[in-house]
Design a protein around this ligand. Sequence first.
Ligand SMILES: Nc1ncnc2c1ncn2[C@@H]1O[C@H](COP(=O)(O)OP(=O)(O)OP(=O)(O)O)[C@@H](O)[C@H]1O
Ligand SMILES: [Mg+2]
Length: 297
Amino acid sequence: MKRVLCIGHAVQDYVFRVPHLPQRAEKYRADGFTCAGGGPAATAAVAITRLGGAAQLVARVGADSIADAIEHELRSYGVDCQYLRRIDGCSSSISAVFVDAQGERMIVNHVDAQLTRDPAWLSQVDVTAADAVLADTRWPEGAAELLGHARRASKLAVLDADLPVPKEWDFLASATHIAFSRPGLCDFCGHDEFEQALRDVATRTGAWCCVTLGGDGVVYTANGQLAREPAFAVQPRDTLGAGDVWHGAFALALAEGVREPQAVRAASAAAAIKVSRVGGRAAIPTRAERDRLLEAQ
Ligand SMILES: Nc1ncnc2c1ncn2[C@@H]1O[C@H](COP(=O)(O)OP(=O)(O)OP(=O)(O)O)[C@@H](O)[C@H]1O
Ligand SMILES: [Mg+2]
């Protein structure tokens, strides 16, 4: 079983279903409520275990009951939480999410400013035991540290380059594989010509690069050219976390020795199934479900 070390954000989402999004400073009633874990690295780690890999999460949380809930859910999916660091005097990250009848969202997020950004404790993390490192951009100092360790140990170093992407070429160059979201790529390059932006980043960093385009699939670099993998046609029911599942599935496939074009396709199948279902992380497909979709098309 291949092992992926995921570093980045873990958050607890409090999701209220409301007929209309709040407009004014008054009291509103929700007609539904769920409390669920989120965060790109944490959800990617769950996707990896659902798909039959081993995942370790490296993240900072507070010393509070929210951290208990975050860790309890991750452990229930088999994620190794040895490096989930509880920081005294801090609160864990939370989001209040309001979703209206049309599926429109309003999100208020709180990340404790006292959560230390110092990556010094990451020297305790054993990267050599992993086959790949996958980092999100929510803790850039930590991501740079572990991607750098991965490269020095000749491991795969995969970056989920979603907003906000630090505007530092050295940061991007610490990855062997960079998977941008479209907003992440356009913000980094300062324009909307995403195909040109992808070529420029690939040339300047030497990394394999792609951009995920939601229901429009993925564009990636291949031998100096661009190639496109269409999205699997599904009826979208909940797109929250699609990118996180995609990145977890992609990193696991690479760790298993799958070449990039096939890894892109496998990740797209996993994300498409997630999008077609409701149910939060429980809707992330198993390996058998993902493989059935791959074989069917
Ligand atoms: N509506 C959809 N139908 C089929 N596949 C989808 C759909 N939305 C997303 N996907 C799959 O998931 C991949 C990642 O989605 P997307 O590009 O939206 O990620 P993202 O921008 O990082 O978003 P987030 O991190 O908020 O989920 C897409 O490239 C595609 O393969
Ligand atoms: Mg994303």
